[in-house]
Design a protein around this ligand. Structure first.
Ligand code: G4P
Length: 527
């Protein structure tokens, strides 16, 4: 049995961040092929196929089944265990995406080189930046007419505010795409189109000054040569601490669909990206190599079959060695978790797993025992921090159509709220429940699931509220005084955290002036 330290050091856990259509699905598939996980590769494609109709909630419903299987992909590559966490693509589910990003140690940023940095990439990058997540960049679609590479590098710096350090440099583009120069090994890798090439099938030309290059690639080579000279002067050397703190990004060029340049990013993930590190909890900082198991729930997903109301809690292991026969507890409630039922994501079949270490993801089926942000330990009283809930921007009042189904509606909303599908607020002075969302589609999904899974038809209508802010104070009794004075617009979320609801941005300023000792938060961390 290998030591925990050895196992931790060979873990790499990452997610791909990109704007829709940049090539995330294609790249994911190719990455999986390198690890021989062909079976899952198929399901990634299937999922993407159904994603095309994203505005249709029925489609989203269908996808939930596929996405449980493909939302965490574990593979072995070289000597490492690589966990790739999928992030939902649709902008309406971005909150879920943000939470998934709290469970990774690095991110692979895919940019469509014809388009450059796009809106969704920027938003996701900001989440990574807030946690200093190291980012590796893949400039995709070099087989097309793309933007000048120097301009792309410039965009990474000016829009994303990252220092960009090229590891490879493209020679030509589109029809004239000749391949990439590897600036570190001083070799040129020649491009060959074709979907199903494997890693060993690559022509290499030694030496970037080799006259052969000029002969074969002519003007493209001259152009690339002068760009490389420029970039050598202008961009800094790779600096590991800068990369690891999320300030510098190594850049690779390639074409995912042609499986070109993909292996280099996978190698970079192994060679440059960090293994799991320490994780802060309220009580102390937890080291990944500690002997006792700890983990945190970062995502909850309902099961496909509406008849079975169980759901899967995705737990990122933070420390120790997970074993089947373990006795584990949810620290929030002290209740026991059945470790024996945990599943891993090594294949589409959700194989049962035997061991897991920091960085790995467990799926624990349960019926409401686990909530987002829950910490699981062998008994230690611990609460990990850092799982964000964002203040919703859209609000609907919800009532049940048939009053006899009120209890089902309550249960449904409680569970969907715990799952993170929607935020549910109970007004301090009573009245209809309030739903808060980041995107309008969430309301449709919730209405649909309430009707089908809980047999409670809901009636929803837009509320007058436009903003919510969670409230805290360092001054004892101040929150209670605030709630007494503002009861009509105070509400409690699923974990009973109080929030104030506002109709206009201006009200926020007024509140701030009136209540200097009350802190108003757009983000709530941990349960
Ligand atoms: P996403 O998950 O980020 O949304 O992107 P996805 O991989 O689905 O890729 C979006 C489109 O870009 C796909 O074309 C895909 O084939 C294409 N693509 C990905 N990588 C490359 C590349 O290196 N070069 C070129 N030229 N195209 C690339 P599609 O027409 O939307 O889908 P499909 O019919 O090809 O599946």
């Amino acid at each position: 049995m290998s030591s925990i330290a050895t196992e931790v050091s060979r873990r790499r856990t990452f997610a791909i961040i990109s704007h829709p259509d940049a090539g995330k699905t294609t790249l994911t598939e190719k990455l999986l092929l390198y690890a021989g996980a062909i079976q899952i590769a198929g399901s990634v494609k299937a999922r993407k196929a159904s994603r095309h109709a994203t505005s249709d909630w029925m489609e989203i419903e269908k996808q939930r089944g596929i996405s449980v299987a493909s939302s965490v992909m574990q593979m072995e590559y070289r000597d490492c265990v690589v966990n790739l966490l999928d992030t939902p693509g649709h902008a309406d589910f971005s909150e879920d995406t943000y939470r998934v990003l709290t469970a990774v140690d690095a991110a692979l940023m895919v940019i469509d080189a014809a388009k450059g940095v796009e809106a969704q990439t920027l938003r996701l990058l900001e989440v990574c930046r807030a946690r200093n997540t190291p980012i590796i960049t893949f400039m995709n679609k070099m087989d097309r007419e793309v933007r000048p590479p120097l301009e792309l590098m410039d965009e990474i710096e000016s829009i994303l505010k990252l220092t960009a350090t090229p590891f490879t440099w493209p020679i030509g583009m589109g029809k004239l795409f000749g391949g990439v120069a590897d600036l570190r090994s001083n070799q040129m890798r020649v491009f060959k189109a074709g979907e199903d090439r494997r890693q060993d099938d690559v022509e290499i030309i030694e030496g970037l000054d080799n006259p052969l290059l000029k002969e074969r690639f002519e003007d493209s080579y001259d152009q690339a040569r002068s760009e490389m000279d420029l970039i050598r002067d202008a961009s800094p050397e790779y600096d590991a601490p800068e990369f690891l703190s999320g300030r510098q990004t190594p850049v690779f060029f390639g074409s995912a669909v042609n499986n070109f340049g993909v292996r280099e990013v996978l190698d970079a993930l192994i060679d440059l990206a960090p293994p799991p590190g320490p994780k802060p909890a309220i009580q102390r900082v937890v080291e990944p190599t500690e002997p006792k198991f700890t983990g945190v729930v970062f995502k909850i997903q309902a099961n496909m079959d509406p008849a079975h109301r169980d759901r899967i809690a995705f737990v990122r292991v933070a420390s120790g060695r997970f074993e089947r026969e373990m006795k584990l507890v949810v620290t929030r409630t002290g209740k026991a978790v059945r470790a024996s039922s945990a599943v891993s994501f090594l294949s589409q079949r959700r194989d049962l797993l035997d061991e897991a270490f920091a960085g790995d993801i467990l799926g624990i089926p349960n019926r409401g025992l686990l909530q987002l942000g829950d910490t699981i330990t062998e008994g230690e009283d611990l609460q990990f921090t850092g799982l964000p809930f964002f203040a919703p921007e859209l609000f609907h009042e919800v009532e049940v159509k048939d009053p006899l189904r009120f209890k089902q509606l309550r249960t449904g909303l409680q569970q969907l709220g715990e799952e993170g599908a929607i935020q549910v607020f109970r007004m301090a002075l009573g009245g209809p429940l309030l739903l808060g969302a980041a995107g309008a589609l969430q309301f449709e999904v919730v209405a649909h699931r309430l009707a089908h899974e809980y047999k409670a038809e809901a009636r929803m209508q837009p509320s007058k509220y436009r903003m919510a802010r969670w409230i805290t104070s360092d001054l004892p009794g101040e929150v209670d005084r605030f709630i007494d004075a503002n009861g009509h617009r105070v509400a409690y979320d699923v974990v009973e955290a109080p929030a104030v609801l506002l109709e206009r941005p201006y009200d926020l300023k007024v509140l701030g002036d009136l209540w200097p000792n009350i802190k108003l938060h757009t983000l709530r961390e941990h349960a």
